[in-house]
Each structure stands twice: as structure tokens, then as C-alpha cells.
Design a protein around this ligand. Structure first.
Ligand code: HEM
Length: 134
């Protein structure tokens, strides 16, 4: 598996652990105010990052490009700042609003960069050991 795909899966599982921890905390405390942070940790973190990892695993040549690394850094940084700042904002800390806004835009920039990766060139995925020609 390409290094960037492996990195995305490792990062994704950390966000799933964080997302479920927030979910369990909300369930136990009965305070559902941070639902948005829980949902975004699970969906922008676990689900989206795992999908990015799958795409890179299926397209190993694209995964080797510098853009793949830059996209990983930008997207992961955006989400990693967004989740705790959103959690604090939804818990009543309104000073977090600008940080939530900026980190959302950074995460979105990471998504746009992934769109560039998807649309750049076409690469048929050929799993190891499978012959392309007959
Ligand atoms: C043990 C695991 C989990 C627990 C204990 C948990 C707990 C919760 C709780 C307490 C809420 C708030 C519900 C409300 O206030 O109406 C919630 C909302 C939500 N959860 Fe989870 N959750 C878990 C896993 C997940 C996972 C894996 C995902 C996504 C992949 C997810 C996505 C969502 C979403 C999108 C919402 C918002 C739903 C809405 O506002 O209508 N949760 N969860």
C-alpha cells in the first residue's frame, strides 16, 4: 500500500477514536451540545480520510506525487484544528468562532486539492498480481 494511503488510514482511525469518545461522553453526560464536533470528527475525519486512503491505494502512481503529500498536510491540519475548536465553540466558547471559520476553509482547500488529484490524468488501477492484457 502507498505510504500516503497508510498515513490516511492511521490518521482516520485516530479521528474515529476521538469522534466516538465525544459521542460516548455526550451519551453519558446527557449534554448533546457538541454533536457537531462528534459528527465532523467521524465524517470529515474517519469516513472522508479513509476514502482518501482507499483512492490512493487504488491509484498508487498518483499517491507518489508531491501534491498527494501537500493535500494530506493541508486537509489533516484543517480538520485537526476544526474538531477541537468546534467542540469548544459548541460548548459555549464563542472566541473559537474565527478559528472554526479559518480551519473550515483550510479543510475545504484540502478537499479542492483532492478534486485536482482525482481529475488530474487518468490512471487505471491494476491491483498487484493482476495482469492487464489478455
Ligand atoms: C459508539 C459510537 C457512537 C456514539 C456513542 C454516538 C453518539 C451520538 C450522540 C449522543 C449523538 C447526539 C444525538 C442528538 O443529540 O440528537 C450523535 C449524533 C451524531 N452522530 Fe454519533 N455516535 C457514535 C458513532 C458515530 C459514528 C461512527 C458516526 C459517523 C460515521 C456518527 C455520526 C453522527 C452524526 C452525523 C450525528 C448528528 C445527527 C443529528 O444531528 O441528527 N456517530 N451521536
Amino acid at each position: 500500500m502507498p505510504r500516503i494511503a497508510n498515513l490516511y488510514f492511521k490518521t482516520a482511525i485516530i479521528f474515529l477514536i476521538a469522534g466516538i469518545s465525544i459521542g460516548l461522553h455526550m451519551s453519558i453526560s446527557g449534554n448533546h451540545a457538541p454533536t457537531g464536533a462528534h459528527a465532523h470528527a467521524n465524517l470529515l475525519g474517519w469516513v472522508t480520510m479513509a476514502l482518501f486512503g482507499v483512492y490512493h491505494a487504488l491509484n498508487p502512481r498518483k499517491a507518489e506525487k508531491r501534491l498527494a503529500v501537500i493535500q494530506y498536510v493541508v486537509y489533516t491540519f484543517g480538520v485537526a484544528v476544526l474538531i477541537p475548536s468546534l467542540y469548544l465553540m459548541l460548548s459555549g466558547n464563542t472566541a473559537m468562532e474565527p478559528i472554526v471559520a479559518i480551519s473550515s476553509l483550510i479543510a475545504f482547500a484540502g478537499v479542492l486539492m483532492f478534486a485536482v488529484i482525482i481529475f488530474s490524468g487518468s490512471e487505471a488501477a491494476v491491483p498487484a498480481g493482476v495482469s492487464r492484457a489478455r
